[in-house]
Write a protein that binds this ligand. Structure first.
Ligand code: PLP
Length: 416
């Protein structure tokens, strides 16, 4: 059913959808400093859960402040595994297959190098052009450091580009720009047919859509905790290694936290059994502590309910785009089929950067801009309302129609 498109009835219609939303009360679990702000960038940095605010204060003043080094024995040392075990439930993995540590970029490096080491005699690493650029840089670096070649193909050519020279295929599960969902099952099957390993980046899908790594027989995966898991700026990432591979692969960063007996202080490195070998150094406890409440909220709501609301909300955005923005020469840069779309909708316009700036500075809407011509509207079902989506599209239409975006320089700033 199409919503009504005149401003007043549209906003009233959106309010009706919010009133009927079974997840509406979860918004109260977050710090909302400005209730008028329309925050559609939860796919870049999630909001602060109220319980995280409390937990971080407690870790600082009670645990660090009073327990000092005893904090390690009180539970800090287990945080990478304990948090990993919780995230495992969201991605179809066993608790002992996921660990929280380092950044997504560093984890990608560790797992890609371990995979390449585990597949000697194969000359290629494969990725696709919709992957996150940082991932492509890292994969290119790993290929160069191990005397291999990185092949970059179109997203729908991944499966057909695999051959017996391929050591590793690595791709994003949901593309950061378009929000398109990759066919994890087919690509993983095709990789296994030729004996290659697979490494998926779940940064834009974890906490937003159901993922079943074990059902897809995925070998390796990594992902962010500061996007849909609301873990805070720069919060540590997670990594997944399929159980059967854990004792076969070795981290290229041989730190004491990955050593079989870190506190024996021997000078020979023996990788710890299981996933612990992928730890490098001391975990950043303050940042780790900030992850848990956000993960707990996602678990509490349930990924299927989150996905159902996310699909309803991105469908709503697509209908509004079609009625209100397409006539203004704004393109849809995301898949039309909701089954192929993650939790954000990208629209395109030659002046996208300026429109994004006008929305932020004049309209109290925060989407984000992605070079060269996309604006992403991120839907975070835990706290995004239909009313906000309706207003965001109406305001986008108004800055395009009245030309107010022209007041902004077309030169992108450093962080967008
Ligand atoms: C956000 C994101 C990253 C971020 O990596 P960092 O190491 O945290 O900077 C990596 N890959 C993808 C696909 C992302 O979306």
């Amino acid at each position: 059913m199409n919503p009504p498109f005149d401003t007043e009835s549209l906003v009233a219609h959106a309010r009706g959808l919010d009133a009927a939303d079974p997840l509406r009360s979860f918004r109260d679990a977050f710090v909302v400093d400005d209730p008028e702000l329309i925050y559609l960038d939860g796919n870049s940095l999630g909001r602060l859960p109220i319980r995280t605010d409390e937990r971080v204060r407690q870790v600082v003043s009670e645990e660090w402040g009073t327990r000092l080094v005893n904090g390690w024995g009180d539970g800090w040392i287990d945080l990478p595994r304990r948090l990993g075990g919780k995230i495992a439930g969201l991605i179809g993995a066993l608790p002992e297959e996921v660990i929280v540590c380092d950044s997504t970029s560093v984890n990608l490096y560790k797992l890609a190098m371990a995979a390449l080491d585990g597949r000697p005699g194969r000359s290629k690493v494969l990725t696709d052009a919709s992957n996150f650029p940082s991932d492509v840089y890292i994969l290119a670096g790993c290929a160069a450091q191990t005397g291999r070649e990185l092949i970059v193909v179109e997203p729908d050519e991944l499966a057909s580009s695999l051959d017996r020279d391929t050591a590793l295929v690595s791709a994003s599960h949901v593309a950061f720009k378009s929000g398109a969902i990759a066919d994890m099952v087919s690509v993983t099957d095709a990789a296994h047919t030729v004996g290659a390993l697979t490494l998926w980046d779940l940064s834009h899908s974890v906490g937003a859509l159901p993922i079943n790594l074990n059902a897809a027989s995925v070998d390796l995966a990594i992902g962010c905790t500061y996007k849909y898991l609301n873990g805070g700026p720069g919060s540590p990432a997670f990594l997944f290694v399929r159980k059967e591979l854990q004792d076969e692969l070795v981290s290229p960063i041989r730190g004491w936290f990955g050593q079989a007996d870190a506190f024996a202080f021997g000078l020979e490195y023996t990788p710890a059994p299981g996933l612990d070998r992928f730890l490098a150094g001391t975990p950043p406890i303050l940042s780790m502590a900030a992850i848990e409440a956000g993960v707990d909220l996602v678990i509490e709501v349930g990924i299927d309910r989150l996905r159902a609301k996310s699909v309803a909300q991105t469908e709503f955005l697509v209908r509004l785009w079609q009625a209100l923005l397409e006539p203004l020469q704004v393109s849809l840069n995301s898949p039309v089929d909701p089954g192929r779309r993650g939790s954000h909708v990208s629209i395109g316009h030659p002046n996208a950067f300026q429109i994004d700036q006008a929305l932020i500075h004049e309209k109290n809407v925060i989407p984000d801009f992605r070079c060269p011509d996309s604006i992403r509207f991120g839907v975070t079902p835990l706290y995004t309302t239909f009313e906000q989506l309706a207003k965001a599209i109406l305001r986008t239409r108004s800055v395009i129609e009245d030309g107010s975006y022209r007041r902004y320089s077309p030169e992108p700033s450093r962080v967008t």
